[in-house]
Ligand binder design. Sequence first.
Ligand code: 2HA
Ligand code: ZN
Length: 275
Amino acid sequence: MIKQKKDLKQAVFVQEMMTITQAMWRNGWDEANGGNVSLIIPEDDILEFLDPNQVKRQIDLDFPVKPLANLYFIVTGSGKYFKNIAKDPEDTLAIIKVSENGQSIDLLWGLSNGGKPTSELASHFMSHITRLEQDPKHRVIMHTHTTNVIAMTFVHELTAKAFTKTLWQMCTECVVVFPEGVALLPWMVPGTSQIGEATAKAMGDHRLVVWPHHGIFGAGSSIDDAFGLIETAEKAAQVYMLVSAHQGGVQQSITDQELMDLAAAFNVTPNPNYM
Ligand code: 2HA
Ligand code: ZN
């Protein structure tokens, strides 16, 4: 007898995607179809809900991802609104499996009214590859249009060193939360393999990558981990924008010595390239 599979909408990974995308939209970060999230799901969790041999559709990739062969992901759909994911996860999300040769993906669930996985799949997949090499616990890539990080890319010097240092100085927790700092790409056309390669390269030694005048990418071991990282950077950018808009600007700040004291107290090493 075939064992009845459970209802996918009750799965923790679907529920988490619904909750986090709603929170991101409420933060004003994901207007219209802005933003995308992808999460690696262990095979055992998938098998409770789905038969991976029941493929709805096969989608070819124009960038091979052999190191992700046979992995399962839940991802947001291209053109779908974060606002609507909690209302209709089956239309807006996709559960996919990467093929053995890494040249295509199988759609197992979701995108019930058609469509494709996120337009930034190249950046997501290539970043997953890089982060898994760095950290076996890595699971999540999250891209969003954080308002103040974007604003800051218009008024602040656009080097990773200067940008990181300012973020660290704006909130005491920052150097503890992201001691490696943030990477910063040049402005590039989104949705391409080129920006995917550049983002993934930057993910080699960072979990946060800023796309100037566009948004941010964050990586983490869980949805909470990636989101927490992004909201911490966004909070610091918000403080910077508030302070810069204030007559007189910064009057005093956390000193380099204080940053070093913080790092020592919390047992982290601030990226020496940015100190
Ligand atoms: O439309 O955010 O970068 C989704 C995006 C593209
Ligand atoms: Zn975007």
